[in-house]
Design a protein around this ligand. Structure first.
Ligand code: ADP
Ligand code: MG
Length: 602
């Protein structure tokens, strides 16, 4: 087995390695370090998250830098401020026995003048995010004309985040004859393009198979009705009492809502998304690192760079829009040789996406059942038993013991146990005693919602009006003040759309749209004849198929799919329902940017 001493590292680095407790080099380190130390070359190195890439470039870089010169010699570009700070910290640890070496982090959201001062003092290595770096170069606060090494870390993420232009601009200020080392978890074609454009016959190193998930991550999926997603999430959390997890949602809004619901339901949870200030995000990350937060609910963008070891579970509350992103999500667990579980909650119609992801990660998912209520109670009881057993006795309570004993006098050990456990059991028992089965068999290809209790609607707005299925769904559930998954099967066409709700909401839906305007235009909903609910006696069926109603005065020329075929006069009540309702959006507000957040209990 290769040892750190076999790699060609100098004494200062080996001492630091020993201090950090690294025993053997990881595969990417073993393959990369000797090459980078022995020659000047460009390199493309592909390895999963958590495989130790920072040291793979950090050790050779530190060894090659001349710490006696104050010239900036190495530049590391990384996608986020979080990562930037982490890399800087790691490098400082690695170089603790190298005197005179200054490593400076450059990132947005902090004082540019302070950073410029740090640079002025002489920074041999700069770790930067592309945006701030470009800014500082253009203000002549940083000179990279003499760098010998440029490292593009997490290149795939940087390109994902749209930093291509910035990187190009930055590199144009660097010398041609430097060495460029690119590190990435995946090799999308954009990364290949970068490699071609900025590098000279790079040595290529791949650890594991390209684009595969980390080996020590188990992938599980749970099939439930879309509207049961949140309950499923809770059960997964309850069934894993020691969970330390990142929960991924697709949108900021869902992220916020899921986190709020979890907090309301008593979990140690928090949201991490782009609408938070940098300061708020820092606080959240700090609490997460300290384990004060057990469930960090995050968007994909905000979670980039979360680099916390020991995450036990990644939970995909929703699958990402692009399945490639799944790799990034699941890579947040199973780091540094530990095992991790990536759990995905899917509706039946999404099971096929699981199959596509399996192809990408070249690993099979395990189909699992959401634990039932009593199963969870049992898990919690055993968890309690074990934590009682493993708790170290706190002798500060000794002085209270006589009184406690007096209170408990006469109880047998058996009774005592029963009572202690009942305290905990009752909590979960009352939550779960009437809990229903959440699992849906995926073999059954029917839709999530049984035909009997679902109604399909036709709505005369569509993608022409700026909606896609997600924004329309958000818009509808906000407007209707319904829960997360109460509007479903949203299908947006050019100038009209379909969606479903449970039939019990039909009155509400038809009522709200009775006199509804969107940007001055009348919006009309009707129960769709096909593709949804069965005909019911109590349905308020409209006779014609008109999309827009031609209104007496202020109608714009019709552009709806069903135009003005139906000329029924349409009575406007000026949307009094919405005017000044406070809670509801005003009828002519924009569909996007859906107003204030309402909290609902599920
Ligand atoms: P990557 O950049 O590939 O995602 P990191 O460089 O952030 O991974 O390393 C992940 C974790 O593994 C860090 O906590 C790091 O300190 C640790 N680590 C790196 N190399 C080793 C090693 N050889 N032995 C043990 N732990 C290591
Ligand atoms: Mg890294």
């Amino acid at each position: 087995m290769t040892k750190f001493t076999d790699l060609g590292l100098n004494e200062a680095l080996l001492r630091a390695v020993a201090d950090m407790g690294f025993e053997t080099p990881s595969e990417v380190q073993e393959k990369t370090i000797p090459i980078l130390l022995s020659k000047e070359t460009d390199m493309v190195s592909l390895a999963q998250t958590g495989t130790g890439k920072t040291a793979a470039f950090g050790f050779p870089l530190i060894q090659k830098i001349d710490a006696n010169s104050r010239t900036t010699q190495g530049l590391i570009l990384s996608p986020t401020r979080e990562l930037c700070l982490q890399i800087t910290n790691e490098l400082k640890n690695y170089s603790k026995y190298v005197s005179g070496l200054n490593i400076v982090a450059i990132y947005g959201g902090a004082s540019i003048n302070d950073q410029a001062k740090d640079i002025k003092r002489g920074a041999q290595i700069i770790v930067a995010t592309p945006g701030r770096m470009k800014d500082m170069i253009s203000r002549r606060m940083i000179d990279i004309s003499k760098i010998a090494y440029c490292i593009l870390d997490e290149a795939d993420e940087m390109l994902n985040m749209g930093f291509y232009e910035d990187i190009t601009e930055i590199l144009s200020h660097s010398p041609k004859d430097k060495s460029t080392w690119l590190f990435s978890a995946t090799m999308p074609k954009e990364v290949a393009t970068i490699a071609k454009k900025f590098m000279n016959t790079p040595v290529e190193i791949t650890v594991g198979t390209k684009n595969t998930g980390t080996k020590n991550v188990t992938h599980e999926y749970y099939t439930v009705n879309a509207r049961d997603r949140y309950q499923a999430l809770r059960r997964l959390a309850d069934a894993n009492p020691d969970i330390f997890s990142v929960v991924f949602c697709r949108t900021k809004r869902d992220t916020q809502k899921v986190a709020e619901n979890l907090i309301e339901d008593g979990y140690n949870a928090a949201a991490l998304h782009g609408d938070l200030s940098q300061n708020q995000r820092d606080l959240v990350m700090k609490s997460f690192r300290n384990r004060q937060i057990q469930m960090l609910v995050a968007t994909d963008v905000a979670a980039r760079g979360i680099d916390v070891d020991d995450i036990t579970h990644v939970i995909n509350y929703q699958l990402p829009d692009e399945i490639e992103i799944y790799t990034h999500r699941s890579g947040r667990t199973g780091r540094a040789g530990k095992n991790g579980v990536s759990m995905t909650i899917v509706s039946k119609s999404e099971v096929r996406k699981i199959r596509s992801i399996e192809k990408i990660i070249q690993q099979k998912f395990v189909a699992k059942d959401i634990p039932n209520g009593m199963g969870i109670c049992e898990i919690q009881l055993f968890h309690l038993a074990n934590s009682i057993k493993n708790t170290e006795i706190n002798h500060d309570i000794d002085s209270y013991l006589p009184n406690i004993e007096e209170v408990l006098d006469g109880l047998s050990k058996e009774d005592l146990i029963k009572k202690v456990f009942s305290v905990e059991f009752s909590r979960f028992y009352s939550r779960y005693k009437n809990a229903k089965e959440l699992n849906v068999s995926e073999g059954n290809q029917r839709e999530d919602h049984a035909d009997e209790d679902t109604t399909r609607y036709f709505l005369n707005v569509g993608s022409k009006d700026g909606f896609d299925w997600m924004s329309l769904k958000d818009f509808l559930r906000d407007l209707l003040n319904l829960g997360k998954d109460d509007v479903y099967r949203v299908d947006v066409k050019d100038s009209f759309s379909f969606f479903n709700t449970d039939t019990k909401h039909q009155e509400l839906v038809l009522g709200i749209f009775e006199d509804f305007k969107l940007e001055g235009r009348h919006v009309n909903v009707e129960v769709s004849k096909d593709g949804g609910g069965k005909d019911r006696g109590n349905r308020r069926r409209r006779d014609d198929k008109s999309g827009f109603r031609k209104k007496r005065t202020d109608d714009k020329p019709s552009s709806g799919a069903f135009g003005d075929k139906g000329k029924r006069d349409y009575k406007s009540k000026d949307n009094s329902k919405f005017a000044g309702g406070g809670k509801r959006r005003s009828s002519d507000s924009k569909p996007q940017g859906t107003g204030g957040r309402r909290r609902r209990k599920s």
